[in-house]
Ligand binder design. Structure first.
Ligand SMILES: Nc1ncnc2c1ncn2[C@@H]1O[C@H](COP(=O)(O)OP(=O)(O)O)[C@@H](O)[C@H]1O
Ligand SMILES: [Mg+2]
Length: 330
């Protein structure tokens, strides 16, 4: 048990103050390991060294060291994406070790990692989602019926995961089976969604009790990328990201409200980023990310910057919110 945790209002620099010890977790074992390592490096560089003593851990190799260091750690920054990082498992370990961390707890993290459960909760909350069908491993796929119900094209995606891995856009019934097989190589449940051609936007939320919606970002992949796929996400010049998004005030407001509703519906805490499609003046929610990309130029840090928070200040704020949330739970 750490008895010297600073209170949430004491994170301003004071030379006499003890540095805050941060466990920076990046790497891990999901297919987004490289993305996480890259974010981890940039987060390390941006953290204020006068304020923080930073110890780095890669959950792939360093869980024992993290466990034994726990009494000296004031807070953790989980910069991990996908299963065994963003899905509540690492959050559960940190809860057991009594270490505060940024963002959602076990429940919100686990829910948001599953795109099917998320959709069911969005629908219950009155948030529009693209029409969809879910298919389990072992079901005999009826591609004709899927196409009759959803039309073409459709998007096929594993229910868990991220960075568009295992995802396909399918334009003919014949190619649907191949796309399903690909998605099933990542997961036991697969979603088939109507492909909505529209403007892609993403909405960041920050806060615990009082949620603030950050300026929206409009995402325009270049003409060689049909959607925001892995390459378009991580090769900077392939995608245009416009912040604030060029959409009218009423739709901007609506998208921000949906981002907040999605954050609530999935029991998220601290921050989140909800991906949406704007089509024919209607907004549809695709998914909510509980640990959005955290390089300096990633979407959430860009939106925070537009709201006046530098990358380093954003990290301070996320740590503060994490410590505040930990106190509330204790
Ligand atoms: N139903 C859809 N209609 C149109 N484009 C979609 C749809 N679903 C996903 N996409 C595209 O695929 C990208 C990734 O999908 P998303 O559901 O956000 O999963 P993740 O980002 O976790 O891989 C989106 O950013 C968007 O470009
Ligand atoms: Mg997404």
């Amino acid at each position: 048990m750490n008895t010297t945790r600073p209170n949430s209002n004491s994170l301003t620099i004071d030379k006499t103050m003890k540095k805050i010890t941060i466990a920076l977790l990046s790497g891990g074992i999901s297919s987004e390991r490289e993305v996480s390592l890259n974010s981890g490096r940039q987060v390390f560089e941006a953290l204020n060294k006068e304020k923080y003593n930073i110890i780095r851990y890669d959950p792939k190799t360093d869980l024992n060291r993290l466990t034994s260091d726990a009494p000296q750690i004031d807070a953790a920054l989980i910069i991990l994406h996908g299963p065994y990082g963003e899905d509540g498992t690492v959050q559960a370990l940190l809860d057991l070790l009594n270490i505060p961390y940024q963002g959602s707890g076990v429940l919100g993290s686990a829910i948001a990692m599953n795109k099917l459960v998320s959709k069911q909760l969005y629908e219950k909350a009155g948030i529009p989602v693209p029409p969809y069908i879910s298919v389990q491993r072992g079901d005999v796929p009826d591609t004709r019926a899927y196409v009759e119900q959803l039309g073409l094209p459709v998007v096929v995606k594993p229910v868990q995961g991220g960075s568009s891995i295992g995802m396909s856009i399918v334009k003919t019934e014949d190619s649907l089976k191949i796309a399903l097989d690909k998605a099933f190589s990542y997961d036991d449940t697969v979603l088939i969604e109507a492909y909505l051609k529209g403007i892609e936007i993403t909405g960041g939320i920050i806060g615990n009790e009082n949620l603030e919606a950050l300026p929206l970002i409009e995402i325009i992949p270049d003409e060689n990328h049909e959607f925001f796929d892995y390459e378009a996400k991580y090769v900077a010049e392939l995608t245009q990201e416009i912040c604030p998004a060029h959409i009218d005030d009423a739709l901007t407001e609506k998208a921000k409200v949906y981002a907040k509703m999605a954050h609530h519906a999935l029991c998220c805490r601290g921050y989140s980023r909800t991906d949406m499609i704007l089509k024919d003046q209607n907004i549809y929610v695709l998914e909510t990310n509980t640990i959005p990309g955290m390089t300096r130029t990633s979407l959430f840090p860009q939106a925070a910057q537009a709201a006046g928070l530098s990358f380093s200040q954003l990290l301070d704020r996320l740590i503060e919110l994490g410590i505040e949330e930990h106190k509330r739970k204790c």
